[in-house]
Design a protein around this ligand. Structure first.
Ligand code: BES
Ligand code: MN
Ligand code: ZN
Length: 452
């Protein structure tokens, strides 16, 4: 990725500096003979965090790209003075994420910028996280016709195996034998077969119960018979961003040999229309034994996640469980595209999570789980309904999943707003997938390693 500068000719230098006045991010250029320097302001030295550096570096490199720069030397001096190695890492990460390009099917190739780092390189841990974010972005950006559940399973297991992660793909037939009716109800009528992807990373003590990381892997969500309007269909290939997040985090754990045990469980399906697809009014079973009334076939994520959670608890013996999904449009109404909502039933777990988010720089906000909300998903004919009869779509979707957690410490994250941006909200984002939650989940698991 980044090489140390060997004093070769470069047309630009990108450097950061604090300012005594102004909110930061100001750009200015100084030229001295051969190399021109683009300075990006960091604002007041007192307020600079890794996130400030990430954004400033991203802003600078995007400006240089706009100016047609071919060879750029990144100068991390100011970042290093302020934040030590964390500053160097943040600068490199901001640049790499800002220059990320999804795979293209254009017949003409674009050329990359040549990048050097002056004096000091980013850490291995930082590099592996940057790569994990880009890998998650790649998966989410991939068109649904190039990434059906079997493709997702193959890509993930092949990559994970190279880092010593144990992998298993559970077929539709095996899932049927396990009684995973909620999972199969969504996926089994689609043209491309569903599968459950299991990745086991064992870096911790053999007797330590793994954390269960359950990610929604809907490779395309048409809504099913409750068909989405055409205007809502554009991003439906990205409905596996939860799966991409847990996968990216697990790879980073494995690459850094973090002493923790973690098991990823990904239910992967297409939500499509077929003659025998499920319809509103159906009552189905689930692996847990609980029955579910279908109110809306577009609330498919919680159905497959319910069985994946039961599977993680009963077959994988996980302790803490975490599920993450692009689950509800309602979370976008609440928090927009910058902040993900979460529910948690355990205070220590919640604290660990918020501390991890503070390290990663991502924004999360906890939602309340009042008893009145649980009433909203009661069904007259089944144990639970897959839609709320009284609003509060994000909370009730989470509480639907709580029904299946068997009193384990549980954390539920809705990244429907943050996983995808049509225009960048922070400078280090690019149009499309963001790689949301990869770093926060990594830091959460890493912190748990310290506690164990
Ligand atoms: N995958 C969608 C949620 C979503 C919406 C993700 C917008 C990204 C952007 C999910 O499966 C869904 O369709 N949810 C419904 C639930 C409703 C029918 C209860 C929603 O939010 O509209
Ligand atoms: Mn849906
Ligand atoms: Zn969905």
């Amino acid at each position: 990725m980044l090489k140390l500068w060997n004093q070769e000719a470069a047309d630009w230098r990108l450097a950061l500096r604090t300012e005594t006045e102004g909110a930061g991010s100001r750009l200015s250029v100084e030229a001295d003979g051969k190399t021109a320097t683009l300075w990006v302001g960091l604002g007041d030295a007192e307020t600079v965090t890794a996130e400030t550096v990430r954004r400033a570096a991203a802003k600078g490199i995007k400006a240089l790209k706009g100016l047609g720069a071919k060879t750029v030397v990144l100068d991390p001096a100011a970042a290093k003075t302020l934040l030590e190695q964390d500053g160097v890492d943040a600068m490199a990460q901001g640049v790499a994420l800002a220059l990320y390009r999804p795979r293209s099917w254009k017949t003409e190739e674009q050329t990359d910028m040549t990048l050097y780092m002056a004096s000091v390189l980013p850490s291995e841990e930082s590099n592996s996280l940057t790569e994990a974010i880009c890998l998650a972005r790649d998966l989410v950006n991939c068109p649904a016709n190039h990434l059906v559940p079997a493709d997702l399973a193959r890509t993930m297991t092949e990559t994970a195996r190279t880092y010593g992660v144990e992998t298993e793909i559970i077929s539709a037939e095996q899932a049927r034998a396990l009684g995973m009716e909620a999972f199969l109800t969504v996926g089994d009528s689609a043209g491309h077969a569903p599968c459950l992807i299991v990745l086991r990373y064992r870096g911790g003590a053999p007797d330590q119960a793994p954390i269960g990381l359950v990610g929604k892997g809907v490779t395309c969500d048409t809504g099913g018979y409750c068909l989405k309007p055409a205007s809502s269909m554009k991003g439906i290939k990205g409905d596996m961003a939860g799966a991409a997040a847990v996968f990216g985090a697990l790879l980073a754990l494995a690459r850094n040999k973090v002493p923790v045990n973690a098991t990823v469980v990904i239910p992967s399906v297409e939500n499509r229309i077929a003659p025998d697809s499920f319809i509103p009014g159906d009552v189905i079973g689930s692996m847990s034994g609980k029955t579910i009334e279908i109110g809306n076939t577009d609330a498919e994520g919680r159905l497959i996640l319910a069985d994946a959670i039961t599977y993680a608890l009963r077959k994988e013996g996980v302790g803490r469980v975490l599920d993450i999904a692009t689950l509800t449009g309602a979370v976008v109404g609440m928090f927009g595209f910058t902040t993900a909502g979460f529910l948690c039933n355990d205070e220590a777990y919640c604290t660990d999570f918020m501390e991890a988010a503070a390290v990663s720089g991502e924004q999360y906000w906890r939602l309340p789980a009042f008893d009145e909300y649980r009433k909203m998903i009661e069904s007259p004919v089944a144990d639970v309904s897959n839609v709320s009869n009284d609003g509060c779509g994000t909370i009730t979707a989470g509480l639907f999943l709580e029904t299946f957690t068997e009193s384990h410490p549980w954390l539920h994250i809705d990244i429907a707003g943050t996983a995808w941006v049509d225009s960048p909200k922070w400078e280090y984002q690019t149009n499309g997938a963001t790689g949301a939650a990869v770093t926060t989940l990594y830091h959460l698991c890493k912190a748990m390693a310290k506690e164990a």
